[in-house]
Design a protein around this ligand. Structure first.
Ligand code: MN
Length: 284
């Protein structure tokens, strides 16, 4: 079992009357859900998605069980939406310690535009790929990164739990290293605080709870236009002596629930490094 330390914080922000984000932060699952703005009951959808993951106890969890739980959450939200004639949905992303499959393994999963980042040996990188209209426009070169922040459809996601139909889950199995820090957050952080600032905070020599507190404070200071949720997980000790046969990026089509994984090299094997830090920059 991985030796982990973690911290978490959520805040309604300065503009919204309700917090439609939800999270779980305790082994073996760390996840953030962002109920859809503009949907009728985003807070309910986010809570249901998290509830589906919060049932796991501290012991080993299997990847297939975790993915099945996400799908159950999707089905439950969809059923409620149909029953109530309401429109609701939520993003969901996070990391889970899947010792049930491989000692020390970490599962990274994502649906929507909440994000998982990783700090490893001074490199801060986004692990997940957003499922959003803006990301698709960026991918095909229709817009430049500078245009993304102000794009009128910047809040529109292309995948979510609760939208009905088939659920595509991006997931990867990664091998954590001692000292890694994983940041799981809703867009209320990344749409307010630039990534270099986030990286600097994550790199600083403080406990995960302090890091989560500071990231939320930074987002509030920058405007707090959305709900903000931050979960920070630190690998205090990776499983020692583990064999290196774990595939860093796994796109296994044989999973019982039939995962859809991103094609191409967008997985953690080649994460998009968004900031390189040095101790000099961090502690001048
Ligand atoms: Mn949001």
């Amino acid at each position: 079992m991985l030796d982990l330390a973690w911290g978490a914080r959520t805040d309604v922000g300065r503009r919204r009357s309700r917090n439609e984000d939800a999270y779980v932060a305790r082994p073996p699952v760390f996840a953030v859900a962002d109920g859809m703005g503009g949907h009728d009951r985003g807070d309910v959808a986010a809570a249901m998605a998290i509830e589906s993951l919060a049932t796991f106890e501290t012991g080993p969890v299997r990847r297939s069980d975790l993915l099945a739980a996400i799908r159950r959450g999707h089905d439950t939200i969809t059923e409620l939406a149909v029953a109530e004639g309401a429109s609701m949905g939520t993003t969901l992303c996070g990391v889970a310690s899947t010792d049930g499959d491989e000692p020390g393994a970490l599962l990274v999963f994502n649906i929507g535009d909440s994000r998982v980042y990783r700090l490893r040996r001074g490199s801060f990188a986004q692990m997940t790929h957003d499922h959003s209209v803006v990301q698709e426009l960026l991918d095909d070169g229709s817009i430049a990164p500078a245009q993304a922040r102000s794009h009128p459809e910047r809040h529109v996601v292309t995948r979510s739990l609760g939208a009905g139909g088939h659920l595509d889950i991006d997931w990867w199995t990664v091998e954590p290293e001692t000292g890694d820090r994983y940041l799981i957050c809703s867009d209320g952080l990344v749409k307010e605080v630039d990534v270099a600032t986030i990286a600097t905070i994550i790199e600083s020599d403080r406990a995960p709870q302090e890091l989560a507190d500071e990231l939320v404070a930074a987002s509030l200071e920058a405007g707090g236009n959305d709900n903000i949720t931050v979960v920070v997980v630190e690998i205090r000790r990776a499983t020692p002596g583990k064999s290196s046969n774990l595939v860093e990026v796994e796109t296994n089509p044989r999973d019982i629930s039939g995962p859809t994984t991103p094609s191409g090299a967008r997985g953690p094997a080649e994460p998009v490094v968004v900031a390189h830090l040095t101790s000099k920059e961090v502690n001048p």
